[in-house]
Design a protein around this ligand. Structure first.
Ligand SMILES: *Cc1c(COP(=O)(O)O)cnc(C)c1O
Length: 233
């Protein structure tokens, strides 16, 4: 089932890439496995998924030892500073850095683990999508500069969420705003390459606007059932 679904998604991605004159190899699919059970996750891995995304520190820690295959774990959710250690021990990329204090804590914990933690800065490009994310360009520059100089952080890009709406222009504007911020940082000698944007309902638009990572949950695994925990799925 998941194999077939993924084939369709990849076909869709290829179509959009053609339209946008992009190469399909530029786009990484992150399978968002939050509230999803091990059976489906393993099916996705068998179908070729190597990147998994979680949004809760505890769920990430619980699942990590149960998936014995070589996968990259992505942390996508709001991260509290007291959970940083737990996440840094596992995550290959943290998508949701939205404050200087959080970046400082990540640098500190990464130093303790002897690792260089890759991060993205989360930008709030709309009023409705989420309450988290950096809103001011000056703050973005400040946190990015800190990351650039922090010995145990590697800043690789930016992340955003578009509002959940049918208004394509509104979604497109969020994504193009993020792309412009990447250009702005590059002009300030902060070279980044990744744009993590696009979810199940808007990834096609994100690809047209330059996404390099799309985060797909429902499109791969089907609707999430929050009446049960992931352990019961
Ligand atoms: C849940 C989640 C996704 C995936 O959402 P779908 O609509 O199921 O594809 C992507 N990004 C973040 C940050 C999420 O929390």
């Amino acid at each position: 089932m998941i194999l077939e679904t993924l084939k369709l998604i990849k076909k869709n991605i290829a179509l959009r890439c053609d339209k946008a004159a992009r190469d399909i190899s530029e786009i990484k699919i992150i399978a968002v496995s939050k509230n999803t059970g091990l059976n489906l996750i393993n099916q996705a891995i068998d179908a070729g998924i190597v990147d998994l995304g979680e949004n809760k520190a505890q769920e990430l820690s619980e699942k990590f030892p149960l998936i014995d295959k070589n996968v990259n774990w992505h942390f996508l959710g709001h991260l509290q500073r007291n959970k940083v250690k737990q996440v840094v021990e596992i995550a290959s990329l943290i998508h949701s850095v939205d404050s200087l204090r959080l970046a400082e804590e990540i640098n500190k914990q990464a130093q303790k683990c002897g690792k260089i933690q890759k991060v993205l800065l989360e930008v709030k490009t709309s009023d409705e999508a989420t309450k988290y994310g950096i809103t001011e360009e000056s703050e973005l520059l400040e946190i990015a500069s800190f990351c650039l100089n922090a010995p145990n952080i590697e800043l690789t890009g930016l992340m955003t969420l578009a509002p959940f709406t049918d208004n394509e222009e509104l979604i497109r504007k969020c994504f193009s705003d993020l792309r412009k911020l990447k250009t702005m940082l590059c002009e300030n000698a902060i070279t980044i390459s990744e744009l993590s944007m696009g979810m199940s309902h808007d990834y096609e638009i994100a690809i047209e606007e330059g996404a390099t990572m799309i985060r797909l949950g429902t499109a791969i695994f089907g609707p999430r059932d929050y009446s049960k925990s992931w352990k019961e799925q």
